[in-house]
Design a protein. Structure first.
Length: 395
């Protein structure tokens, strides 16, 4: 089989060897239920608590007791938004979010609207950034929560999280951020950034699928969403996924340890790739903010090329990229958004309908300029063929 070049690390990542090694004992001999009271159960409980401490340390939380384990980013977002909404509905029923959030946030907000909550959806500019002025002017007496993603999963734009946190603190409104893409790719300090709730997921940081966590600042009222036992301090019922939790803790610990070196390397490769693409392919547009973006994210539109067709052609050549988040690829109803490209699977009014964005997200896979040039050549050849076919169809 020919070599596969995987450039969709925003969709999922491969488990790191050190993480897998840490997890393996808990798939066999270390099988105790951490909620039990005998010795092998206490051993499992210690490992769960160790993972909780690693995560708290990575985001500079005040205490490991502020970390709640979940099944992933989607559950973390649901628990954060619905949990705060239900527990604080006596204070108000107004929530603020943006139009480009992950479906886990957008659909949660839509569900709350059906239950009588009011949701304001902020616009974003051509780079995917919200307006801080619009955010502040949208706050009312009834506002109880602001939920803005740390970094966008499709165009990679990083929001002004610190400034959003300052606004929320000034108005005494809780601030939640979906940091599923930011975790392991950006420096996160919940104290400095005034973050009250933060969602994260294991499989985006070279950890296992099916596990995530939610940071909840001490003192925040949060209503549980499912009935059952008293696991996770009564906020999330169900037997703990020990093997997943151990893997998540190790993955985040490792990501924190080499964050600067990792992101610097990705930025170097990203910039080289962009220069080479623009040098060898005409009519190219880089989507998202040019500098305020995830280190490994490159979202590109090629004029006259349908992104979905390009995706399949590149797949035939062993190159894995995407046109949208894995959670959105089956979405049939477009969500209105003022961004002037099809990064979010929405038709642009400013550009040709065939001008879609392809998402390239690089990670810990081995990369070199030679490998980048080889893939750039494959992309160039594919686009040349695609544009020729489009031209021929009009003759």
């Amino acid at each position: 089989m020919s070599r596969i070049y995987y450039f969709d690390h925003a969709a999922t990542t491969k488990i790191r060897g050190e993480v897998l090694e840490e997890m393996l004992p808990f798939l066999a001999e270390n099988f105790g239920n951490p909620s039990a009271s005998y010795s092998i159960a206490r051993r499992e409980r210690r490992k769960v608590d160790e993972a909780r401490t690693k995560i708290a340390k990575a985001i500079n939380a005040e205490s490991s007791k502020e970390i709640y384990f979940t099944s992933g980013g989607t559950e973390s977002d649901n628990l954060a938004i619905k949990g705060v909404a239900y527990a604080n509905s006596h204070k108000g029923k107004h929530i603020i979010t943006s139009k480009i959030e992950h479906p886990a946030v957008l659909n949660t907000c839509k569900a709350l609207e059906k239950q009588g909550f009011e949701v304001s959806y902020l616009n974003v500019d051509e780079n995917g950034l919200i307006s801080l002025e619009e955010l502040e002017s949208s706050i009312k007496e009834s506002t109880i929560l602001i939920s803005i993603m740390f970094a966008n999963n499709e165009i990679g734009t990083i929001q002004p999280i610190r400034e959003i946190g300052e606004i929320s603190k000034r108005h005494n409104v809780y601030f939640h951020t979906d940091a599923v893409q930011g975790m392991g790719n950006c420096k996160i300090d919940v104290k400095e950034m005034n973050i009250d709730l933060l969602s994260m997921s294991g499989h985006k940081v070279y950890g296992p699928k099916g596990v995530g966590a939610l940071y909840v600042k001490k003192g925040i009222e949060l209503q549980r969403l499912q009935d059952g036992g008293n696991q996770e301090k009564g906020k999330r019922a169900g037997t703990e996924n020990v093997v997943g939790i151990v893997g998540l803790g190790k993955a985040i610990e490792l990501a924190k340890a080499d964050l600067e070196e990792y992101t610097n390397r990705l930025v170097m490769h990203r910039e080289y790739f962009i220069v080479e693409i623009k040098k060898h392919i005409s009519k190219v547009k880089i989507n998202g903010h040019r500098t305020k973006r995830l280190a490994g994210n490159i979202n590109i539109s090629f004029e006259g090329v349908v992104a979905e067709e390009l995706l399949y052609e590149l797949d035939e050549k062993g190159i894995c990229v995407s046109t949208a988040s894995a959670c959105s690829t089956r979405r049939k109803i477009p969500i209105p958004c003022p961004i002037s490209h099809r990064t979010f699977n929405r038709t642009s009014q400013k550009h040709n309908q065939n001008n879609h964005g392809t998402r390239n997200n690089w990670g810990r896979s081995r990369l070199s300029n030679t490998g980048i040039n080889r893939n750039r050549g494959k992309i160039k050849a594919t686009i040349k063929t695609s544009r020729s076919i489009k031209l021929a169809s009009f003759i």
